[in-house]
Design a protein around this ligand. Structure first.
Ligand code: MRU
Length: 346
């Protein structure tokens, strides 16, 4: 079953609205780069690789409205578009990686006309989308080797087709294992507060007829203690050069639990999620989101008025808890700092 969270159609960007899944399957039409920026910030599209693809498409959309006057005014406008898109969410490095790719297209082609630059930017955005799906499939091939027939896999948040160009990182590995004929069962953490697990992971696995059981986040420890989990696979929003991994809030506690219960804990992410510019996870900026995501569930208040709330969207799992990082260029084991470096210098 093909799930397309992001599409370019008739010079508009269409985003499968992840705020309203699973009740409604509706695409939000973005006509301007501001529409795309708003959609990223408000989680119409989410998940690190998907945010990167959407950012690139937003930029490609934005430059179409710049008047074809002169290069200097084009570059000023282009910068403004990139800055608006960059200001949407701080943690997933794929956003900044995609913006950088779009900037490179412009600065390496300053000799061509503004119209031609617009076409090159659209081409690059579509290439980022295509490459993302291909990279997910490679990750699926590498990662599925770790999944035995009959395995029960716990995952957190949604690192699936919805979070990428359309196949998935953690869920891509599960899809690949299933395609090899392995029988897999997935345990999806509900993932409060935004419920990516309950709403999105469950939705896309059901569509693909992969057996899935949803649990609330606080049930994972008990399941592990009962030896009902064989492995944990999660995605990532940013991986530091030493392998420390930022992912959806709640990932860190799962990693600690995995260690205690001797369950392998895998991180699946493309190279675009690795930030070699930062040495450790301490440098990863952690987004804090609106208090209403915690105080309310689907519009209904759960917390008394006036009570203080904290809502960090991600946490950082120290590298020592990670069994392996499954990338689109191969599997990386400890010591991560050395082996991640080796991977890019291949
Ligand atoms: O806040 P979200 O839904 O964008 O967070 C998403 C995650 O934490 C995912 O696990 C991560 O981006 C990897 S997606 C392949």
């Amino acid at each position: 079953m093909t799930i397309q969270p992001i599409k370019w159609k008739d010079d508009k960007v269409l985003l499968l609205d992840q705020r309203v899944l699973p009740e409604k399957e509706a695409y939000l039409e973005c006509r301007t780069y501001q529409d795309v920026a708003h959609a990223i910030k408000h989680m119409v599209v989410r998940g690190a690789p998907a945010v990167g693809v959407a950012a690139a498409m937003g930029i490609a959309l934005g430059v179409r409205t710049i008047p074809e006057k002169n290069k200097n005014s084009f570059l000023i406008q282009f910068d403004k578009i990139c800055n608006t898109i960059a200001a949407t969410r701080p943690t997933a490095v794929n956003l900044f990686w995609a913006i950088e790719r779009m900037k490179n297209v412009v600065y390496q082609n300053l000799h061509v006309s503004i119209k031609a630059l617009g076409l090159l930017l659209k081409k690059e955005a579509l290439k980022i989308l295509k490459e993302d799906i291909e990279s997910n499939k490679r990750m699926g091939t590498y990662g599925s080797k770790f999944i035995k027939n009959g395995a029960v896999i716990l995952t957190h948040c949604n690192a699936g087709a919805l979070a990428t160009g359309g196949y998935g990182t953690a869920l891509g590995i599960i899809r690949a294992a299933k395609d090899q004929g392995k029988k897999i069962q997935v345990i999806a953490d509900e993932t409060r507060p935004f419920l990516q697990g309950a709403r999105l992971t469950a939705w896309e696995l059901k569509k693909d007829r992969i057996p899935v059981t949803v649990i609330t986040d606080n049930m994972a420890a008990f399941m592990m203690q009962q030896k009902r989990i064989d492995a944990i696979i999660v995605g990532a929003d940013r991986i530091a050069a030493n392998g420390d991994t930022a992912n959806k809030i709640g990932t860190y506690s799962l990693a600690i639990l995995a260690k205690e219960h001797k369950i392998p804990f895998y991180v699946a992410a493309p190279l675009s999620t690795i930030d070699f510019k930062i040495k450790t996870g301490k440098e990863i900026p952690i987004e804090e989101r609106a208090k209403e995501e915690v105080s309310h569930i689907r519009g209904k208040r759960m917390v008394p008025h006036g009570v203080s709330i904290w809502n960090p969207a991600f946490d950082v799992t120290p590298n020592r808890f990670v069994s392996a990082i499954i990338t689109d260029q191969g599997v990386v084991k400890k010591p991560f700092q050395k082996n991640l470096k080796k991977l890019v210098s291949k």
